[in-house]
Ligand binder design. Structure first.
Ligand code: B12
Length: 259
């Protein structure tokens, strides 16, 4: 036990040194996400989930969606490198086996999951690691950063002491997130209407690609020429190479907690 506590202290020091804003540990048996795959199907000998929390930049407040998304992309590059560095540290310092969990994608893309279920639910992992609690917007609210926080995780086969789950209520049920959601995706408590959210937050995502290419396939060559010179195609093209381009951050950004 003393050895595990010591390891965790060293690990947390390393995590802080590389610039991660906060971190917590959940024991695998304390992670409960009913809709997600079992951790044993990802990494059979995993014992601990190290969850890293990063405060979002102020970019998400910009009404300009290029600026908003660019801040997220900067953060995604940083979080991916932190994930890698923490996993390497665990393997190098403690001889552990470690696997990183992506901040968003790749995701299983199938009719069954509709590309909306991560292999590990980072929100449920963050809650289990004592980093926050679910709010009315179905995001996890961090006690210091409020709703403007994203997570990544590293699974490892080391036994580490888990953190205490937070019991305090951080969401004050002001409903600002619900009222500000342009897609009305948060009307039902405890559920984000995925299609309504995506329609506004990813207007140039997969569904729009399918619609565009179906129309393209059925069009005459002159119409096809016009279609590829249209703004719509250019926007689809950009969103396609970014991966997921978000055009809405309203639920995170309108939340008054931690502002
Ligand atoms: C797929 C996905 C989406 C999909 C589907 C969302 C969904 N329904 O889960 C879409 C595209 C809609 C989406 C939207 C957004 N996403 Co998203 N998304 C993911 C991803 C990749 C997987 C989520 C997943 O596995 N869901 C399936 C299962 C786990 O969800 P579920 O069991 O059905 O749980 C849902 C409800 O039941 C409810 N719920 C479950 N338990 C409980 C308990 C309580 C008490 C309450 C109140 C609610 C609640 O919350 C969930 C939301 O519907 C995660 C990254 C990851 N690997 O976790 C990021 C993630 C959840 N997204 C994130 C963000 C920031 C967003 C957006 C703000 C978009 C943006 N601009 O960044 C919006 C927010 C939408 C919202 N308010 O819910 C962050 C959340 C950070 C945080 N502070 O909580 C994550 C964790 C990414 C990250 N690396 O940090 N996302």
């Amino acid at each position: 036990m003393a050895e595990a506590t010591n390891r965790k202290r060293k690990l947390m020091e390393f995590i802080k040194e590389i610039g991660v804003d906060d971190a917590g540990v959940a024991r695998v048996e304390d992670y409960h996400s009913p809709r997600s795959p079992a951790i044993s199907s990802l990494f059979p000998t995993a014992r601990s989930i190290i969850v890293l929390a990063y405060k979002e930049l102020s970019n998400s407040e910009s009404p300009n969606m290029q600026i908003a998304m660019s801040g997220r992309l900067d953060l995604m590059e940083f979080v991916r490198s932190c994930n890698y560095r923490v996993a390497r540290y665990l393997e190098r310092e403690f001889g552990a086996k470690a696997m990183t969990v992506a901040p968003s994608y790749p995701l299983e893309m199938s009719r069954h999951t509709q590309g909306a279920v991560g292999d590990l639910s980072l929100r449920h992992a963050a809650v289990a690691a004592g980093l926050g609690v679910f709010g009315r917007h179905n995001l996890v609210i961090h006690p210091r950063f409020g709703s403007r926080v994203v997570f990544t995780a590293i699974l490892c086969d080391l036994e580490l002491p888990g953190d205490q789950v937070l019991t305090e209520e951080l969401c004050d049920q002001c409903h600002v997130c619900v009222d500000n959601c342009p897609g009305n995706a948060l009307a039902e408590e405890g559920k984000t209407d995925v299609l309504k959210c995506i329609k506004v937050s990813q207007p140039y995502g997969l569904a729009s690609q399918i619609r565009f290419w179906s129309r393209f396939a059925e069009s005459h060559p002159e119409e096809q020429q016009r279609m590829v010179k249209d703004d719509e195609f250019w926007k689809l093209y950009q969103a396609g190479f970014i991966g997921f381009q978000y055009f809405c951050f309203r639920c995170m950004q309108s939340c008054p907690i931690g502002k």
